[in-house]
Design a protein around this ligand. Structure first.
Ligand code: KG4
Ligand code: ZN
Length: 500
């Protein structure tokens, strides 16, 4: 069964004491000492659980302002030794020591406990001294051991990110804010004959693609799995079956390697993509995320602590509208690039298509929401009507007029949000960002309104694992504890939950 590492609380004390007494007999700490240590701000106690059962625990102490951390205790239940649980506990303590800016870790170990000494050596500990007859009543010496954490700052931790929320299988690797690899395999071709993403096909394609994509990413980054410090994975929002593949794979990797895991929100990932482009995210920013799966307008005051959903589509996503209209016009899938292609040099003012949710009465209730299904129907009607009258339609003009309507609403609402919240920045993300007219209008409107426009490279705009790794790295740098292994795939995860 999988071993889960989580932080201990006072409620765990009775179980901890049972294991403490079993492990250390007459050397065991009294319950009161343990209780005050658990609650102290300078300590970090963690548990290893197998299901509900406590099979190990460990504690670290690090005084504020000091460069030193001390491993205070580590215990694994006798029948569970030799299974890598001690390693997992040590991994978690080491990561926490780094998070608390420790430069070195100290510990004491019984001179006659060669198994523990071996474990510590794996973690780079070296014996630096002896305390004679330290352990009473049997008078056994204590070895003092130390390891240096210098050389790997938090900003240098390597995070592997896994993304499977829709039809892209993405594995990315980052070191801090730096992109090392971003490999994507899309199952788009497999959905083409259906004109849209088929969830079951996407999930199956993730299963097939994940291992090769993972291997390719490691190869690109020139790293082995052992050299990864943490794993991040999208756990929502997205297609349930698709998400489950990535979540399952990430958990398995975490359990097999003993690396900590971070469950990350996909939408926040899109915002974090900008970090990999310019090394940091400037906040506050309004983010407009437009893809085949989402159309969301976010107010981001702080990437990890303050992301608000201002509005989203109440029916079709922007990319979905492109795909559906493309079909109506007899063009292929995915529709966005096709519409862009035929709209080039055509007349965007040829037909005045409706702009969803922009009438004064809609703006009261749905100021930042979008609706594209009325527009799609209007395009279909226009084509049908022309056909029934036997008139020739200009596909280019219909496409250009449709595209203009979508872009108009998207950018108007995004600019309004910037103005309403006094935010001088607009960040774009999602596959629809490839749209040439969207880019043009965004650029012109932002310039006209004194707003800085950010568009990350396209490979970071579409769904990818690197942006998920980037959020994982931000969480680590902010000192967040890893996610516990019981998180699940959440198809409707709200954007306010950055980490599950
Ligand atoms: O982010 P993405 O690759 O992933 C999914 O949401 O699956 O976005 C794909 C969507 C598709 O709906 C596609 O039609 C749209 O992005 N798209 C475009 C363009 N290129 C791709 N939409 C408008 N114009 C484009 N040039
Ligand atoms: Zn996405």
């Amino acid at each position: 069964m999988a071993i889960e590492i989580r932080q201990a609380t006072g409620l765990d004390l009775p179980e901890i004491m049972k294991l403490e007494i079993a492990s250390f007999a007459n050397d065991a700490w009294p319950e009161e000492t343990f209780h005050s240590e658990l609650d102290a701000p300078h300590t970090y106690y963690i548990l290893a659980l197998e299901g509900e059962e406590l099979v190990g625990y460990a504690g670290l102490s690090k005084l504020a302002g000091s460069d030193q951390a001390d491993i205070q205790t580590i215990a694994v239940r006798e029948d569970k030794r030799g299974l890598g649980i001690g390693r997992k506990l040590m991994d978690a303590l080491t990561l926490e020591a780094k998070n608390r800016d420790a430069k070195e870790i100290f510990l004491e170990v019984r001179a006659d406990n060669s198994v523990a000494q071996k474990l510590y050596k794996v973690f780079g500990f070296k014996q630096i001294g002896t305390r004679k007859k330290y352990y009473q009543p049997d008078g056994v010496d204590a070895f003092i051991m130390k390891t240096d954490l210098i050389g790997k700052e938090k900003a240098e931790l390597v995070v592997l990110g896994i993304e499977t929320s829709c039809d892209e299988t993405g594995v990315g690797i980052v070191r801090g804010n730096q992109l090392l690899a971003n490999i994507i395999s899309s199952s788009m071709d497999k959905h083409a004959i259906f004109g849209g993403v088929v969830p079951e096909i996407a999930a199956r394609a993730h299963l097939e693609a994940l291992t090769p994509v993972l291997n390719e990413a490691l190869e690109k980054a020139n790293l082995t799995l052992d050299e990864i410090d943490a794993i991040a994975v999208t756990n929502g929002p997205g297609l349930a079956g698709a998400l489950m593949v990535g979540v399952g794979a990430a958990k398995a990797l975490s359990v097999a390697t003993g690396k900590p895991i971070y469950a990350v929100n996909h939408l926040v990932g899109h915002v974090g993509a900008d970090i990999l482009d310019r090394g940091e995210l400037h906040t506050p920013t309004i983010a407009l995320l437009v893809s085949g799966g989402h159309t969301s307008l976010l107010l981001v005051r702080d990437l990890l602590n303050d992301v608000v959903l201002l509005g989203e589509t109440i029916d079709d996503a922007a990319g979905e509208a492109f795909d559906k209209v493309s079909r109506v016009l007899g063009l292929s899938y995915p529709g966005g690039p096709e519409i862009d292609r035929v709209a080039k040099d055509a007349n965007p003012a040829a037909i005045r298509f409706p702009r969803g949710l922009t009438l004064p009465k809609d703006m009261e209730k749905h100021r930042y929401d979008f609706s594209f299904s009325g527009l799609k129907t209007a395009v279909a009607r226009h084509v049908e009507l022309a056909e029934s009258k036997g008139e020739e339609i200009s596909i280019g003009d219909v496409a250009a007029s449709f595209r203009e309507a979508v872009v108009d609403v998207l950018i108007k609402k995004a600019i309004s949000a910037c103005k309403d919240f006094d935010v001088p920045r607009l960040l774009l993300g999602g596959g629809v960002v490839a749209n040439s007219r969207l880019r043009e209008v965004a650029k012109a409107q932002c310039e006209a309104n004194g707003i800085e426009l950010r568009i990350p490279p396209f490979s970071l705009c579409t769904d990818n694992g690197a942006m998920i790794a980037a959020i994982g790295a931000q969480l680590i740098m902010a000192g967040r504890a890893p996610s516990s292994l019981n998180f699940s795939a959440e198809s409707t995860l709200p954007v306010t939950i950055v980490q599950s």
